[in-house]
Ligand binder design. Structure first.
Ligand SMILES: CC(C)(COP(=O)(O)OP(=O)(O)OC[C@H]1O[C@@H](n2cnc3c(N)ncnc32)[C@H](O)[C@@H]1OP(=O)(O)O)[C@@H](O)C(=O)NCCC(=O)NCCS
Length: 341
């Protein structure tokens, strides 16, 4: 392989296997909720939502359609692209803040739905940053030769924790799922490096107060609308731009890459203005930035996974291209990854 960039893992006398994404897939529910329909629910306007967020519509899961259903569909599409059977899956990681239930893990429901009987299964919770956290965790098992095939899924039914009376938040979110199959692929660097960050000191910017051990469900907690997400929009916005830029710059630095070498930047799809600010600060051209927030809103852990699938299936990314993934979410959490596709 030609030394066209630096593989940061090489400095640790890297003896493991590289980890590549051999298949991607996504699923979004059929039902579309447009800005015009939202105008009938809360005091808002298509003009306000479009100029402040870039979002035009989002998808809503059916009443009897759960996070695990969407996750399983995305997973099956990713497995098809990778050419792997359910019996080959060693591990399933589901990143979500909207599990089917507090326990057992949604990953266990997915394991049953796709028939991956051999697979270990667990959930991880890093909010909107979950997919990169999942990739970094999953690749450890491939690199160490512990497992050959790992399924990483980001899946959310955010409509279930959205306060449909709060115009500050209900216009922003949507439902969906995206998945990736991780395996070793010869002659590819795959996932070159990934960064995961967190700042629990800013947990109060974006959170759901009710339903955990601190505030179990009660009539009072329901009446006080504590089982819906809450957000300080402006502060979250500022932190998102800052954290996403520094995470992206750090992973590029590790790989000794200039932004011009990146074929496609796939940022967390929370808000068009955040994406534009990050792209501008990184010096990326509009052609490099992948954007689908217009159609899906913010789907949290599913966001970058759905975008990656769409970038691949639309032909925007070819094998050998370099990708930059950037995420940000509640926690606060953030992350970035460089991938040789
Ligand atoms: C939420 C967000 C779109 C608000 O945009 P903003 O430019 O900060 O909004 P502004 O402060 O200029 O405007 C707020 C005003 O709009 C009003 N407003 C809020 N939501 C509205 C809506 N859906 N429709 C109409 N008006 C709305 C507010 O009540 C407020 O009115 P006031 O000034 O009379 O009190 C923006 O802060 C944001 O995107 N933040 C990050 C959110 C995010 O991405 N979270 C997930 C991270 S993973």
């Amino acid at each position: 392989m030609s030394p066209k960039f630096k593989n940061p893992r090489a400095k640790f006398n890297f003896q493991g296997r590289t980890c590549s994404i051999t298949g991607v897939g996504s699923y979004v529910p059929e039902k579309v909720l447009t800005n015009a329909a939202l105008e009938k629910l809360v005091d808002t306007s298509d003009e306000w939502i479009t100029t402040r967020t870039g979002i035009k519509e989002r998808r809503l899961a059916a009443k009897d359609e759960f996070t695990s259903d969407m996750a399983a569909k995305a997973a099956q599409r990713a497995m098809k692209m990778a050419g792997v059977t359910a019996g080959q899956i060693d591990l399933i990681i589901v990143a979500t803040i909207t599990p089917d239930m507090p326990f057992p893990a949604t990953a266990c429901f997915v394991q049953q739905k796709i028939g991956a009987k051999r697979a270990a299964a667990f959930d991880l919770e890093a909010a909107c940053s979950g997919f990169i956290y999942g990739l970094e965790i999953g690749q450890q098992f491939i690199m160490s030769r512990t497992y050959d095939t790992v399924l990483v899924i980001g899946a959310e039914k955010l409509s279930a924790i959205t306060d449909w009376k709060d115009r500050n938040t209900c216009v922003l979110f949507g439902d969906g799922a995206g998945a990736a199959v991780l395996q070793n692929r010869e002659n590819s660097h795959g996932l070159l490096t990934a960064l995961m960050g967190a700042d629990g000191g800013k947990a109060n910017l974006l959170f759901m107060p009710g339903g955990g051990s601190r505030c179990p469900a009660s009539k009072d907690s329901v009446d006080a609308r504590l089982h819906f997400l809450r957000m300080s929009g402006k502060e979250t916005f500022k932190n998102a731009v800052q954290a996403m830029c520094s995470a992206a710059q750090e992973v590029l630095r590790r790989c000794e890459l200039d932004i011009t070498r990146i074929k496609c930047v796939i940022p967390h799809q929370a808000n068009r203005r955040i994406i534009d600010a990050v792209g501008e600060r990184l010096g990326a051209t509009p052609e490099q930035m992948f954007i689908n927030v217009t159609r899906y809103g913010n789907t949290s852990a599913a966001s970058v996974a759905i975008a990656l699938d769409e970038a691949v299936t639309s032909g925007k990314i070819q094998r050998g291209d370099l990708l930059l993934l950037i995420v940000f979410g509640a926690g606060l959490t953030w992350g970035a990854a460089v991938i040789e596709w």
